[in-house]
Design a protein around this ligand. Structure first.
Ligand code: KIV
Length: 274
């Protein structure tokens, strides 16, 4: 929370973030894509701000995250960095910037850390090759958050945004994936669209914090996409989403009132003029 005194703000460390799990304290994460919202969510006291490649959907208006580039992620993360003083800042690695080889992953993740001032990167997937990539990226000194369950960059192979791990085989595979990511050095794991009971089992199976989105209450923390949480993205209403504001109607209403004032000669008034 903002001290309001102008004192320097102490930034949260990854160590403190991980300790939240041991202390039984829930972790709060939201996405942000620019300096203004970065500052507002930081002042609201979140633990981590994720510059998600969901910006492809909610900012760029794309159907999938696949076209998002590394340069775009770096551009947005640099803006968010200017607003976030206290929370940890994580950046999503976009499609095809880490899957081709370990070397590609180290160079891409390294660029993100070097050029944005973020604390960590997030990568989707947990196959054996991905685990090796995570191991080597962490070995290069780059903290990694994993992401399993529904992984939006694999939307086509997964057949759409569907809940993952509903049958026993998939469920046990996902528990193995989480353990593999932890062994590879990931310090936290996002679980997206996972049945609540399975997410709780995964959470119990690993020592690192799990962060759920559409994964029930048994995770160590929760993340939501900020425009969804704020009700700005009012055409998106999945079951897991709770809106904490209805900003889309606020925006439309405010702009309608402005338009009406301009057209009616009521704005600017003398109090707004020099
Ligand atoms: O891109 C994103 O915003 C994410 C969150 C949904 C976890 O990956």
């Amino acid at each position: 929370m903002s001290s309001g005194t102008g004192d320097a703000v102490r930034a949260l460390s990854i160590r403190e973030y991980v300790q939240r799990k041991q202390k039984g304290e829930k972790i709060v994460m939201v996405t942000a894509y620019d300096a203004l919202f970065g500052r507002l969510v930081d002042e609201a006291g979140v633990d981590a701000v994720l510059v998600g490649d969901s910006l492809g959907n909610v900012i760029a208006g794309l159907d999938t995250t696949l076209p998002v580039t590394l340069d775009q992620m770096i551009y947005h993360a640099t803006m968010v960095r200017r607003g976030v003083k206290r929370a940890l800042l994580f950046v999503d690695m976009p499609f095809l910037t880490y899957q081709a080889s370990v070397e590609q992953a180290i160079m891409s993740c390294g660029r993100v850390l070097q050029q944005t001032g973020a604390s960590a990167v997030k990568m989707e997937g947990a196959g054996e090759e991905m685990a090796e990539t995570v191991r080597r990226v962490v070995g290069a000194g780059i903290p990694v958050v994993g992401h399993i369950g529904f992984t939006p960059q694999s939307v086509h192979t997964l057949g759409g945004a569907r809940v993952q791990g509903r049958d026993a085989g998939d469920a046990s595979r996902m528990i193995d994936e989480a353990r593999r990511l932890e062994d590879a050095g990931a310090f936290s794991i996002v679980l997206e669209l996972v049945p609540a009971e399975l997410a709780a089992r995964i959470t119990a199976a690993v020592a690192v914090p799990t962060i759920g989105i559409g994964a029930g209450a048994g995770c160590d923390g929760q993340v939501l996409v900020l425009p969804d949480l704020l009700g700005l993205n009012d055409r998106f209403a999945p079951k897991f989403l709770k809106r904490y504001a209805e900003m889309a109607s606020d925006v439309r209403g405010a702009v309608e009132r402005f338009a009406s004032d301009v057209r009616g000669g009521k704005y600017p008034g003398s109090e707004h003029s020099f």
